[in-house]
Design a protein around this ligand. Structure first.
Ligand SMILES: Cc1cc2nc3c(=O)[nH]c(=O)nc-3n(C[C@H](O)[C@H](O)[C@H](O)COP(=O)(O)OP(=O)(O)OC[C@H]3O[C@@H](n4cnc5c(N)ncnc54)[C@H](O)[C@@H]3O)c2cc1C
Length: 340
């Protein structure tokens, strides 16, 4: 285990922005986790666990601590019966590589999550998902190092309180656990309709009736390729803003002027509305704002055109927030987490 010094964080983040980390270590097994946490304690150092950096930003001042870069690999079958196969997957495995592996083994359950960037270890943090599937559907348990109790623990689905793009790991337990592996149960049966509307439409257009994990994966890849910028080519962090929660009264008021604005019930008094729609209706979709651009196919995504600093990103973010507020009186919020 080599502790590197003075590392450019932008090389580890898909937004390609951010200052330097004082230290960074690649961890490849559980012993490394114990060793690095002993080092952290000895040096009274802050730490931050990083996977693929596709949902994380760093400020220009960087991070005055150690980045624990999770590179724990390995795919191991732990159980199998006539209907399912269970795998324990190293947290540092690339999610899409593992999904490709499941397809090769004709297993279903994660195919609609194809092409989501990042590592499998990060998936439970925000209950990653897309096109009708989320990690909670196949998740069995995870092994993590609990930095509070200084012991390895097993956390089950019940412990994580998964909800839409959310779990305890994103809130009260954020930064507490270093996830080492994630266990998922995949199905031997074919994926069954109803599929997500856009996926079904594409399958119908292609006259596909034999629904295999492979055809669903191909459909999802086709849809995503058309809608989302590839972070390898155009730096970005996926959905930059959260969808917005407003009161039902606010929605009723807004609907007088914007009858197209739809609300999805959150509770008796609140609805969730599309922040992408708000940004689009503020005239910002596809627009270059300073050194950043609102993606032309998905206004929730902010891409880095030629920004050199977090400051460039923050300036564009504040302009977008101000324009949306000016038009709708709604304060939109950033979704992407920051190293702190
Ligand atoms: C183009 C694009 C499209 C995207 N589409 C989707 C989508 O459709 N659906 C979706 O849900 N997300 C999407 N995302 C967001 C992102 O891919 C996911 O959030 C993904 O899980 C992040 O994985 P990562 O390894 O890059 O995590 P990182 O950015 O490295 O980390 C994210 C968070 O998880 C924590 N973390 C990471 N690994 C561990 C670990 N081993 N132990 C403990 N904590 C850890 C980090 O501390 C951080 O808080 C997209 C992003 C991009 C750039």
């Amino acid at each position: 285990m080599e502790i590197k010094k003075n590392i450019d964080l932008k090389d580890y983040l898909t937004m390609k922005i951010g200052g330097k980390a004082a230290y960074l270590v690649d961890i490849t097994n559980k012993n490394d986790v114990v060793d690095v946490m002993n080092w952290v304690e000895e040096h009274q150092m802050k730490f931050f666990v990083l996977g693929g950096g596709s949902n994380t930003l760093a400020k220009d001042e960087g991070f005055d601590g150690i980045i624990i870069h999770n590179m724990i690999k390995g795919i191991e079958k732990t159980d199998e019966d006539s209907i399912s196969a269970t795998y324990r997957v190293g947290a540092g495995e690339v999610l899409d590589h593992f999904i490709h592996f499941t397809i090769q083994h004709d297993l279903s359950g994660m195919e609609a999550m194809s092409m989501i960037p990042g590592t499998i270890g990060a998936t439970p943090v925000q209950n990653v998902g897309a096109y009708g599937q989320e990690i909670a559907d196949t998740f069995v348990e995870l092994t993590a190092y609990d930095t509070l109790t200084k012991a390895f623990v097993t956390l089950s689905k019940k412990d994580l309180h998964f909800s839409y793009r959310n779990s305890v790991l994103k809130h009260e337990a954020w930064g507490r656990y270093i996830i080492c592996d994630v266990t998922v149960r995949l199905h031997k049966s074919s994926p069954k309709p109803p599929f997500y509307a856009q996926v079904q439409q594409l399958l119908d257009k292609q006259h596909v009736r034999d629904y295999t994990p492979q055809v669903i994966r191909e459909a999802v890849i086709q849809i995503r390729t058309n809608k989302l910028p590839d972070p390898h080519l155009i730096p970005n962090s996926g959905s930059f803003f959260k969808n917005s929660v407003i009161t039902t009264d606010q929605l009723n008021e807004l609907n007088k002027e914007f009858p197209d604005l739809k609300g999805f019930v959150v509770d008796e008094k609140h609805v969730k509305i599309s922040t992408g729609w708000l940004i689009d209706q503020s005239g910002l979709k596809g627009q270059k704002i300073g050194h950043m651009r609102v993606h032309d196919k998905n206004a929730l995504v902010l891409t880095n055109v030629d920004a050199q600093s977090y400051h460039d990103l923050a300036s564009a973010r504040e302009i977008i927030k101000a324009k949306v507020f000016e038009r709708f009186g709604i304060t939109i919020e950033q979704e992407v987490l920051e190293i702190a």
